[in-house]
Design a protein around this ligand. Structure first.
Ligand SMILES: [Zn+2]
Length: 326
């Protein structure tokens, strides 16, 4: 994923200023009511962290690699072991540089017959090149993807485990998307990214699939993460952003889920929104490395040691509170 346009960000930040203050007051008022309503389903961040380590132990999950194939089997197996109805989409996709890659989207459904549904998604592939590495000699190595990839998947696997022991009232679909990160960082064209999601949007796992909305998790594990309100999420699904941020703040995670306007980011959620399903992106925009993202973004340093269980907890608990508030 990448930043789409910094100019849009600046305009958004200015335009969003006055309404943010008002939103802040309303958010706090609503938070008091919400706190009592949240059921006691506890997200286990240590369990999620173990899922990060397990994914990374396969090696970088670059489409076409042995690590990718083995990790795909592992992810489908995990979802099955947590009682999900698992379907896979296997397809050959062509990347911007003409490479044909064998890909798979992995979908786990809970309460398949419920009409009221929530879509949770994260990409599980790794970028083939660490093109942001501080060491130019390492920029052709793949990204280990502990935060950029494994963290979102790990949170969703722990959510899946909870769903298997605490049946939700609504239907929940977990979509692990492939080939998000083989995009052209030099191009203005965002269609080179999120190839697995683009495929899914054109070929949904169920005909006429229409969840209430979607939540994308991307880079949700690094210490000191900051989840500003991402531009396209606000553009397409402002009410969902407001609600999810309200739930997070009510649970005490306001240091992560801040009320600032974030950047405009090309990511899986763009193509879900274009398919007519409102979808937001929870993505770390701490800007620590000067890229707008976390410090080790698209470097060989994106390894499990940068993952903080407190960040996984903030995101995972927020997801559970959203689900069990229905
Ligand atoms: Zn990436």
């Amino acid at each position: 994923m990448k930043y789409f346009c910094f100019l849009i960000m600046a305009v958004m930040a200015l335009a969003g200023c006055s309404s943010r203050t008002k939103q802040g007051a309303e958010t706090q008022a609503a938070a008091v009511e919400a706190k009592a309503a949240v059921p006691e389903v506890e997200f286990d961040a240590d369990s999620a962290y173990a899922r990060v380590v397990e994914q990374c132990a396969f090696g970088p999950r670059v489409p076409g690699s042995e690590a990718h194939r083995r990790c795909g089997d592992y992810l489908a197996g995990r979802l099955r072991s947590y009682g999900a109805a698992v379907t896979e989409q296997r397809m050959t996709l062509t990347t911007f540089d003409g490479t044909e890659i064998n890909c798979r989207n992995i979908i786990g459904e809970y309460n398949p017959d419920a009409s009221k549904r929530l879509l949770l998604l994260a990409h599980w592939d790794c970028r083939p090149w660490a093109d942001n590495d501080p060491d130019p000699a390492r920029r052709r190595e793949p990204v280990p993807g502990a935060n950029d990839g494994a963290s979102g998947v790990a949170v969703l696997l722990e959510v899946a485990r909870q769903l298997s022991v605490n049946a939700p009232k609504i239907g929940v679909d977990i979509l692990l998307t492939d080939a998000e990160d083989w995009g052209d960082s030099g191009a203005g064209n965002d269609d080179t990214w999120a190839l697995g999601t683009q495929y899914w949007a054109a070929n949904p796992h169920k005909p006429g699939y229409r969840p209430m909305y979607g939540i994308l998790l991307d880079m949700v594990g690094a210490g000191g993460a900051v989840f500003a309100r991402e531009y396209f999420s606000t553009y397409y699904a402002r009410g969902i952003v407001d609600e999810v941020w309200r739930v997070a703040q009510a649970a005490g995670y306001g240091d992560y889920f801040v009320d600032d306007s974030g950047g405009a980011i090309t990511d899986d959620h763009i193509f879900v929104n274009r398919a007519g399903i409102p979808c937001i992106d929870i993505i770390d925009q701490s800007g620590d490395g000067g890229t707008g993202f976390f410090k080790q973004w698209h470097t060989t340093g994106d390894t499990p040691d940068i993952i903080d269980t407190a960040t996984l907890k903030a995101v995972g608990q927020t997801m559970l509170n959203v689900i069990y508030n229905y």
